[in-house]
Unconditional design. Structure first.
Length: 115
């Protein structure tokens, strides 16, 4: 199982970024996928979860109305569209999947929101 995130970077407050996560080594369309984030000195927190069929089943209150999770099973990819970014969104963002009671993580992608 491999998860590879991309799309992070430095953006000004109010800006947008789209994160991507490519999955391999498992039947991608059969599994829900999640995005988590971890800010310096804080615990990792769940941002959003999407089912294998593309239904969003969870999104954190702190990002509701600004972030959207989606997926393209033909490309074995899940996305996080982030709009109206705030400095408090600064974190390393991780892609996640649970397989056979085991959590798999990508290497993470840094998002920094700063002027």
């Amino acid at each position: 199982v491999q998860l590879v995130e991309s799309g992070g970077g430095l953006v000004q407050p109010g800006g947008s970024l789209r994160l991507s996560c490519a999955g391999s080594g498992f039947t991608f369309s059969n599994y829900g996928m999640s995005w988590f984030r971890q800010a310096p000195g804080k615990e990792r927190e769940l941002v959003a979860t999407i089912t294998g069929t593309g239904v969003t089943i969870n999104i954190a209150d702190s990002v509701k109305g600004r972030f959207t999770i989606s997926r393209d099973n033909a490309k074995n990819s899940v996305y996080l569209q982030m709009n109206s970014l705030k400095p408090q969104d600064t974190a390393v963002y991780y892609c996640n999947v649970w397989l056979m009671f085991h959590a798999y993580w990508g290497q993470g992608t840094q998002v920094t929101v700063s002027s």
